[in-house]
Design a protein around this ligand. Sequence first.
Ligand SMILES: *[C@@H]1O[C@H](CO)[C@@H](O)[C@H](O)[C@H]1NC(C)=O
Ligand SMILES: *[C@@H]1O[C@H](CO)[C@@H](O)[C@H](O)[C@H]1NC(C)=O
Ligand SMILES: *[C@@H]1O[C@H](CO)[C@@H](O)[C@H](O)[C@H]1NC(C)=O
Ligand SMILES: *[C@@H]1O[C@H](CO)[C@@H](O)[C@H](O)[C@H]1NC(C)=O
Ligand SMILES: *[C@@H]1O[C@H](CO)[C@@H](O)[C@H](O)[C@H]1NC(C)=O
Length: 823
Amino acid sequence: MEALTHLFVFYSFLFSLLRTSISLDTITPSQSIRDGGSALVSAGGQFQLGFFSPGNPDSRYVGIWYTVSTDIVVWVANREAPLSDHSGVLKLADDGVLVLLNSTNGTVWSSRSTTSTTPQNPVAQLLDTGNLAVKDGNDDKPEKFLWQSFDYPCDTLLPEMKLGWNFVTGLERFLSSWKSTDDPAQGEFSVRIDLQGYPQLVVKEGSKIKARAGSWNGINPAGRRLRSDPLLKYEFVFNDQEAYCEYKILNTSVFYNVVLNPSGLVQRFGWMGRRQSWDLFATFPADRCESYTLCGADATCDFNKSPICACLEGFFPKSPKDWDSVDWSDGCVRRTPLECNDGDGFLKRTGLKLPDTSSSWYNKSMSLKECEGMCLKNCSCTAYANLDVRGGGSGCLLWFDSLVDIRELGEPGQDLYIRMAATELADYLEKKRRSGKKKLVAIIVGSTLLVVGMTIVALVSYIWKKKLRNQGTTKRSRRKDYDNEGGKEDMELPIFDLVVIANATDNFSNNNKLGEGGFGPVYKGILPGIGDIAVKRLSKNSRQGLNEFKNEVILIAKLQHRNLVKLLGCCIQENENMLIYEYMPNKSLDSFIFDQANSKVLDWHKRINIIRGIAKGLLYLHEDSRLRIIHRDLKASNILLDNNMNPKISDFGLAKSFGGDQVDSKTNRIIGTYGYMSPEYMVHGRYSVKSDVFSFGVLVLEILSGKKNRGFHHPDHHHNLIGHAWKLWIEDKPMELIDEFVDNLCALSSVLRHIHVGLLCVQQRPEDRPNMSSVVQMLSSENLLPKPKQPGFLSDSPEADSSSSKHETCSANTITNTVFEAR
Ligand SMILES: *[C@@H]1O[C@H](CO)[C@@H](O)[C@H](O)[C@H]1NC(C)=O
Ligand SMILES: *[C@@H]1O[C@H](CO)[C@@H](O)[C@H](O)[C@H]1NC(C)=O
Ligand SMILES: *[C@@H]1O[C@H](CO)[C@@H](O)[C@H](O)[C@H]1NC(C)=O
Ligand SMILES: *[C@@H]1O[C@H](CO)[C@@H](O)[C@H](O)[C@H]1NC(C)=O
Ligand SMILES: *[C@@H]1O[C@H](CO)[C@@H](O)[C@H](O)[C@H]1NC(C)=O
């Protein structure tokens, strides 16, 4: 985005060179538009058409832009075929076809006409809507236009432009991104109306759906809350002839547009006349729940919950292990199979973004009741809903097979009736009742058993419960297993025998010793059937009790993510407490980035991969794991690298599990490592997830620069690495931060973005720092980033030693301090 701004400044300049004296809004066959000569200006002065160069000044395009601002080029004629010099001419041929000719009179681009009639008196006119239309004489009816640019959109949707299908002519109008900010050729992203099932608005990357705004429910696309704006009017038309959406502006002196940018984001801009700039009003996709099928089948996404994905009622994760390690892609499966016919009922869920309609069936005139009957009749029908929510609802949408891409939307969301086996439904009701929730969800059970009052519901569920008990317990016990999963008593962490571990480590021989941490030594070992392991042997004089140790082990065992070191088991025997981890052959990150020889191994892509991996692991600890963990000692030596140089966060020793509601805590004992500790933690003992974000920021700067924050030396100043990075940033030469050994620096904007994110993370005030989910998003998108404020700790704090954790080694409740420092 920043690069965009620069470019815009650049070609604003170019445009100023070709301001024209003549302002016409039409050309006839005897006239032409020459590069460097004249331009077309719409009658009301809103839009201009002319030649421009978005990047290379010798690549010339014909385009349309706003008179007030050249920042947004709304349409490009020859997007795939730039002219290579400034001698292009745009002409209207006698047959009413617009042609763009090069210096040798070769046709570089021409307007394909959809009609075959030869016009008497063709004219091309730039209209005040931004539409370039070829007409016959003064016939101003849009349906009579011989050709119009609105039928061939590029990346910008203007008011009154139709996005969608004309079934009569077979024309599809869709937005397609530019390849890059300086190449208008068609890129990989598109916004279109997908006609499979019931039509819906989607953003695609190639042929794959990337995000789904959803089908039209009469007011909105089903998945989006369009901000009501008195000046805007949205419309969706779907009949035998057409399927399209459009929006209209009720005051033509206000400028709005929707742009699909080169990285696949749909952005809505409005022109702020007073400030003479475009304001970004909305972006889609806006959050993680809007990535298509993030949660897999039969699950919902709720951005305000942690974890954000949850199975629908009556479903459980298909791959519980993956699910718990926040890989939700396998989705959920039914606990109780549908019985079909009268044996099934429907659970009503409210406030949802309706599922993907690509495998749906619809009827515009059916009532909800008829819709339900229709669904019950077909065994593969899994849900139904109203098509149109206006006036109490009308029409029928049916889904078959699994339901995908549902999210909790709250108030603007819709009702969805999900099919369930009657036994499951009864059970659900019973549970709901027992949990004291009086707000019983209305359910409708099989058309033969329409349940109205609560008493009947209770009665029916009682009967079903009894039936179920008689049927045997297989279904119930399956369900129970899952419900209990996560309970301490069910922990399935392997306990290893001391003899086995002693054998594996050659009786804890010195040759096998990897290092010595605060609480005891770490050994390398080989376990038959498992392979290489790392054994953390906690010293015998540790005062930690057995229960505390167990609790800590359980805590760590529950954390599973591909960017966390995996705990394989433990050993508690004869005064020995040991933790067994997977072995990381590549040791820790500090042995690479701070080492002249090793750092050459880490090219730019590896460094980015490491930064993203750490961010994802930390995001998991903070937000997605069931426990919410603050690491409290994130540093380069606590990041281990696997065979493929993927980072794994280790040593949750200082991690404290804190309840979901507790966000900030105060401690009197400062534990951590100087150089990585945030100001509020070091000075006031306050820690929160934002303290980890600070440490993460330091890590990012260290990974980019190959220098340690603490102990950084520079001939010109006394700052630490943070201070140095900040100085370079405000002096506008941030690239000087980058490690001299990093090669392959092809993506300048990516480098700048990483420095930028690093600086945002080390800002002085914790509330200014982004949380990890924002960080992950910032690292992977091209959205505009906020300006960083001054960081905390521009120079080293006075204490001389590098880690204060050693003072604390005797304290009982930090036993896992020592967890793992394989080196
Ligand atoms: C291109 O066409 C114009 C007008 O028809 C003519 O004057 C000019 O000589 C042609 N140029 C070339 C290179 O053929
Ligand atoms: C002009 O366009 C024609 C047809 O596309 C092409 O063959 C010719 O090489 C072009 N001439 C120049 C100077 O680019
Ligand atoms: C349209 O907007 C302009 C600028 O905001 C305002 O001055 C004008 O009064 C508006 N016209 C109508 C009809 O609302
Ligand atoms: C839609 O439902 C109405 C009312 O039930 C029915 O008359 C009509 O035939 C249905 N249309 C289709 C295409 O099934
Ligand atoms: C159920 O619906 C599916 C999808 O529309 C259809 O293919 C199938 O034939 C239907 N089955 C019956 C029994 O109507």
